[in-house]
Design a protein around this ligand. Sequence first.
Ligand code: SF4
Length: 62
Amino acid sequence: MKGYVDKDTCIGCGICPDVCPEIFKMDDDGKAVAGKEEIPEDIIDNALDAESQCPVDAIQVK
Ligand code: SF4
């Protein structure tokens, strides 16, 4: 599984890097960005939490 952020939708709230900093970071443009790597098994639950907590549904973990 990998994480994806739709930057057009992201409002830069900062929740996802708080919930799953291994995968989500804030980019220079103030929007979140997801690492391109495969999400390690022990972090998938955190990544899915970040997906569900995003207030604007900008994240996909799939
Ligand atoms: S939780 Fe959603 S809106 Fe907030 S920074 Fe992450 S992708 Fe953007």
